[in-house]
Write a protein that binds this ligand. Structure first.
Ligand code: SF4
Length: 360
């Protein structure tokens, strides 16, 4: 499908004995009567089938630094064309993008763009990649896949920012189209996923193992640390040890600061010391690349060689400084390879954010 076309009949559902249609795309398994939308709002039942209602529609486009996704070891310093749609299949009480993810207004989806428009815009704007972000791309799988196909044909790579809450078959279809992913590992307890996100941890861990071991997608992880909810030493120890044991030491982990938002306005913002503590716990567990995020922290924001300890990529928030990597991504001091995707010298996009209209 290449034209702008809002309503698309989709797969990944089956009929239940009572006549309802069960969406099998994510582990929420919404059971739909005629005319009902799923929790994600963008998939629903009409005319005896399940449809995607946002093919070709977006809640806005921006050119961002790739470090903002955050991806620190995938084409550093390059611009990425970012967009999202509306809705989400999780219900996080702390959502930092709730105006889009919780939207039930089609006005939010005012920007129209076909996959070929998007690929052409990414090329025109010199973006090395395009990112599905702001809300979870899993729920608009078919649109994301069509955009990824058009981008690949134009030499533009595809990035997913996702919670990884998806069932096995669509998971495989989705990640076949993706070059790099930042997956939110929101916490390391079922309690948090159930009470704070209305979801479950186990399918997310399955997705992480799938991406790492069954695909060539470059993977980084982000955990938004919420005071008193998911920031204890014990939980961070357990999480980071699981990451090293199940995903290996080379998957970067980002610990980012929470700001009171949506239904969690009574919880204080994350102190910078908490981010530094989490980074230290991760490194003690064997994580080679651990970062603090959403704060000015030259040490925690930069990339260091895990072998000699030398500075590889200096970073202050989204701005790159010193660069001590060879053209093929080795430490300039000791020649140890840095894990990641490096294509020649770094980009110099910096911390800008440029709103764009791809269809213009
Ligand atoms: S993708 Fe949407 S409709 Fe389908 S199960 Fe998940 S929340 Fe429900």
């Amino acid at each position: 499908m290449s034209a702008v076309d809002d309503v698309l009949p989709v797969g990944y559902w089956h009929t239940l004995p009572d006549g309802r249609l069960q969406c099998d795309l994510c582990p929420r398994f919404c059971k739909l009567r005629e005319g009902q939308r799923g929790l994600c709002f963008v998939r629903g039942r009409e005319g005896g089938t399940v449809n995607l209602y946002t093919h070709g529609r977006s809640s806005g486009f921006c050119v961002d630094p790739i470090e903002k996704k955050p991806l620190n070891q995938f084409l550093p310093g390059t611009p990425v064309l970012s967009f999202g749609t509306a809705g989400c299949n999780l219900a996080c009480k702390f959502c930092q993008n709730w105006d889009m993810s919780k939207s039930r207004e089609m006005d939010t989806l005012a920007d129209r763009a076909s996959p070929s428009d998007l690929a052409a815009a990414a090329r025109r704007l010199d973006c090395a990649s395009i990112a599905f972000t702001y809300n979870d791309p899993v729920i608009f799988l078919e649109y994301a896949n069509d955009v990824a196909d058009a981008c690949r044909a134009a030499g533009v790579r595809t990035v997913a920012v996702t919670a990884g809450y998806v069932t096995p078959e669509p998971r495989a279809e989705f990640f076949r189209h993706i070059d790099a992913a930042n997956v939110d590992l929101k916490a390391f307890t079922e309690r948090f996923y159930r009470n704070v996100c209305g979801a479950s941890l186990a399918p997310v861990l399955e997705t992480l193992e799938y991406i790492k071991h069954e695909t060539s997608v470059w993977l980084e992880l982000t955990t938004l640390l919420i005071p008193g909810e998911n920031d204890s030493d014990a939980e961070l120890n357990e999480m980071t040890r699981w990451v090293v044991a199940h995903l290996g030491p080379d998957v970067p982990m980002h610990f980012t600061a929470f700001h009171p938002d949506w239904k969690m306005r009574d919880v204080p913002a994350t102190p910078p010391a908490t981010l530094a503590r989490a980074r230290r716990i991760a490194m003690d567990a064997g994580v080679r690349y651990a970062y603090t995020g959403n704060v000015h922290d030259a040490e925690g924001g930069s990339t260091w060689c895990h072998h000699c300890g030398g500075l590889l990529i200096e970073r202050d928030w989204y701005r790159l400084g010193e660069w001590n990597l060879t053209a093929d991504g080795h430490c300039a001091a000791c020649d140890t390879a840095m894990a990641g995707v490096i294509a020649g010298p770094p980009g110099d996009f910096g911390p800008r954010r440029i709103p764009v209209r791809p269809s213009a």
